[in-house]
Design a protein around this ligand. Structure first.
Ligand SMILES: [Zn+2]
Length: 228
């Protein structure tokens, strides 16, 4: 079972932003986030599974911990839309040096200001409070662009996950992402972060099967998982 369940804020429409804490509070956690984009429900299904696995298997003693935020964008997820209730792409709303407002009609709208959205600020508060040693942000992507995409000092983490899920390792996604969470956490704060892009053409069942050990690897930083 989770050590604790907390709410780190509310969405634009007032939905609670729930977070599940596992393992010891004494060690620096791995943070997992799903549902940044509401039209990528596979990411939420996978974080829900992760909560189940961590609840069942337990973690090995005082040396590891995990924090799971299954749905960063619950308003968008509720209606299966990419952006939040104010039309902002939360993965372009982080206060980075390269943040851009962009076009409000674009699916990549960065918001009127950096960190203008309550969901973005909740993620920032979460990371500032718990100071993770690594982060896995889960998305999905269309045809053949699925990957373990890393920012900051996370090449080894991405390669370790790739040994389990078989997805390519990429240092860039192939297009600029101003204001992205990966830039904010990985490039600017040097927290190892992998943006796990699930193949949207694979079934939920397959995504879950292919990624179980990759996510548990990320929890333990490469150490084997033991039951407690
Ligand atoms: Zn996405």
């Amino acid at each position: 079972m989770p050590r604790r369940t907390i709410t780190v804020g509310r969405s634009v429409e007032g939905r609670p932003l729930c977070v599940y804490l596992f393992g010891s509070s004494k060690s620096s956690p791995t943070v997992f986030l799903g549902g940044f984009h509401g039209d990528e429900p596979k990411s939420v299904r996978l974080t829900d599974q992760l909560i189940g696995w961590l609840s069942d298997e337990g973690l090995e003693g005082p040396t590891c911990s995990a924090i799971v935020m299954p749905v960063v964008n619950p308003d968008g997820y509720d209606i299966r839309k990419r952006r939040n209730a104010r039309g902002v792409d939360l993965n372009r709303n982080f206060p980075t040096a390269n943040w851009q407002r962009g076009n409000p009609r674009s699916r990549l709208f960065g918001g009127d200001q950096p960190a203008s959205e309550p969901e973005t600020r909740a993620v920032i508060r979460l990371l500032e409070r718990y100071k993770p040693s690594r982060i896995v942000s889960i998305h999905s992507i269309d045809r053949h662009r699925f990957c373990n995409n890393y920012d900051g000092p996370a090449k080894r983490l991405a390669e370790g996950m790739a040994r389990h899920n078989g997805y390519p390792v990429k240092g860039g996604i192939g297009y600029p992402t101003p204001g992205s969470f990966g830039t904010w956490a990985g490039v600017e704060r040097r927290i190892p972060i992998v943006t796990l892009e699930l193949p949207s053409h694979h079934s939920v069942k397959r995504c879950i099967g292919d990624n179980k050990m990759a996510l548990l690897y990320a929890v333990l930083g490469g150490r084997p998982l033991r039951r407690v």
